[in-house]
Every structure is written in structure tokens, then in C-alpha cells.
Design a protein around this ligand. Structure first.
Ligand SMILES: [Fe+2]
Ligand SMILES: [Fe+2]
Length: 169
């Protein structure tokens, strides 16, 4: 049960609320990615996840910059959607007992996270534009582009990874 209302009665409050949830999402992803890198076998997959881990640190920096501009401080609101997607990924890593199948599963889990982020950043970018926060919209668009790139890199890697998984005993 929720006892404290966030009192979202205008678009600016909703915008800030969504940024705070994204801050929580990105910090959860930073914690989860090293294990996914470690448990990946395909060198291309390892590299792609590691590169995106570095980019994700930049996503947090951008969100903190925007939140400071908006509210004077950085508050995080627990992102339950990302928490569930990360748990899904951890379950796959635990349950997959073939390396190639695990790689395919890690890609599947990572792409779900990227798609969540693409939806969320597309929304806050548009909110920023409507609110006249052009510079914030540009920063959020940069992150959105990196999420899209990460997703398309994973799609490319999945071509060979899924084929290898299909040949698993
Ligand atoms: Fe991100
Ligand atoms: Fe991402």
C-alpha cells in the first residue's frame, strides 16, 4: 500500500518523477551488467555489454545534471520495472547450463532492458521538448541514441549467438 502520494498534478512533476525512476533504473543496470559480462562467453557479446556499461555511467551523469537543474538535488525513485527485468536476466543466467544458450538468453534479457530504456527516454525527451527544456531534451536524445545503438548491436550479435545456441546438445 502506498501511504505517500507523489502528487503528480502537472507535466513537469511527472517529468521529474520519470527522471528519478530512470536514475534508479540506470544505477540498477550498472550493478547488474558486470555479472552479465562475466557470464557471457561470446567475446563480441562481452565487449558490447562492457562498452554499454561505460555508456550507462554517462547516462547516470546526464540524469544527475538534469535533476540538479530541475530540483537542485538528485533523488532516485525505485524502478520496479527494471528490477523485474534484471531478475529475469539473473534467472536465465542461473538456469542456462549451456554456454551458447546462456549467451542467447543474456542477449534476450539485455534487449528487454534496452527496449524499456528506449520507451522511457523517448517519453522524457518528448516531455522536455514540451516543457521548453531544449538542452535537457538534447541530452536525453543522446542517451536514447546510445540505447538504440546498444539494442541494434545486440541484434547483430544474436545472429551468430542464436545459431550457436540452436546447435547446443
Ligand atoms: Fe541507459
Ligand atoms: Fe541501456
Amino acid at each position: 500500500m502506498k501511504f505517500i502520494s507523489a502528487n503528480l498534478d502537472n507535466l513537469r512533476k511527472l517529468y521529474i518523477d520519470q527522471l528519478q525512476h530512470l536514475h534508479s533504473a540506470e544505477t540498477q543496470i550498472i550493478k547488474a551488467l558486470p555479472k552479465m559480462v562475466e557470464k557471457s562467453t561470446d567475446p563480441q557479446l562481452k565487449q558490447a555489454l562492457d562498452t554499454h556499461l561505460q555508456e550507462t555511467r554517462g547516462h547516470v551523469t546526464r540524469l544527475e545534471q538534469i535533476l540538479r537543474q530541475c530540483t537542485g538535488q538528485v533523488d532516485s525513485k525505485k524502478n520496479k520495472g527494471i528490477a523485474a527485468l534484471i531478475t529475469e536476466g539473473e534467472d536465465i543466467i542461473t538456469d542456462a547450463n549451456d554456454e551458447a544458450v546462456r549467451d542467447a538468453g543474456i542477449i534476450a534479457a539485455a534487449q528487454k532492458v534496452e527496449h524499456y530504456e528506449m520507451a522511457a527516454y523517448g517519453t522524457v525527451r518528448t516531455f522536455a521538448e514540451i516543457l521548453g527544456e531544449t538542452q535537457q531534451a538534447d541530452l536525453l536524445e543522446k542517451t536514447l541514441d546510445e540505447e538504440k545503438n546498444a539494442d541494434s548491436t545486440l541484434t547483430q550479435i544474436s545472429d551468430s549467438a542464436n545459431t550457436r545456441a540452436d546447435k547446443a546438445a
